[in-house]
Ligand binder design. Sequence first.
Ligand SMILES: C[S@@+](CC[C@H](N)C(=O)[O-])C[C@H]1O[C@@H](n2cnc3c(N)ncnc32)[C@H](O)[C@@H]1O
Length: 206
Amino acid sequence: MDDVLLKQTVDCIADYYNDCKVGYVGHEGYRKSTDLAKFGKCIDELVRLGLIDSNHTLFLDLGCADGRVNMLMSYFVKRSVGIEIDPEILAEFSPRKEELAHKIQSKNLNQPPDNIFLFNGNSLEAATYERIESAINVRFEDIDLFYTYITLHDLFGAKIAAEAKPKALYLVYGFSKILPRYQGLHLLIPDVASQGILALYGKGES
Ligand SMILES: C[S@@+](CC[C@H](N)C(=O)[O-])C[C@H]1O[C@@H](n2cnc3c(N)ncnc32)[C@H](O)[C@@H]1O
């Protein structure tokens, strides 16, 4: 990252969320969260490669939980959209955002842009995307970059292959060495920024 203030802001966000509980056994099983320090390095690399652009890229986290990935991505994309099936988990977003804003302010860093839009719903259901379109005028086929932390990665991969725009990108967090393959998608970068956490796929044949 060339911009020193942006780098410090990303570090601050990563520190904040990485200190919040990172995985617990809840009603619906074990939940894990993206390591934002490593993820930030991956995003830096994707920006450097010209694959993400803050003026154009529409980002969707298909299972966004407390919106931490959306928060970090908001600095690098045009719109940072998330869908979370569990309303209690999604409700963590606002208080954390507020607490983080104080931290950012106390360090004179950049507040996040006003481009984060999170929705309660099932990422596999058409009705969820109808609500998103009527709220912010973004359709599934408008999304440039999809994200999942392992969750339903195969079903999301199939949906992207079938319905996303040509050349849409799909970031899958949580695999290393042995990577899944998805019909209709090709592996673009097996290990983004050599962090051992993130693989990038593109829609279409290589
Ligand atoms: C492993 S957590 C990852 C959270 C966040 N993306 C991150 O990386 O820190 C996966 C989240 O996806 C949610 N989820 C599972 N199935 C979903 C679905 N069909 N639609 C939307 N969210 C879903 C879970 O409730 C959980 O909060």
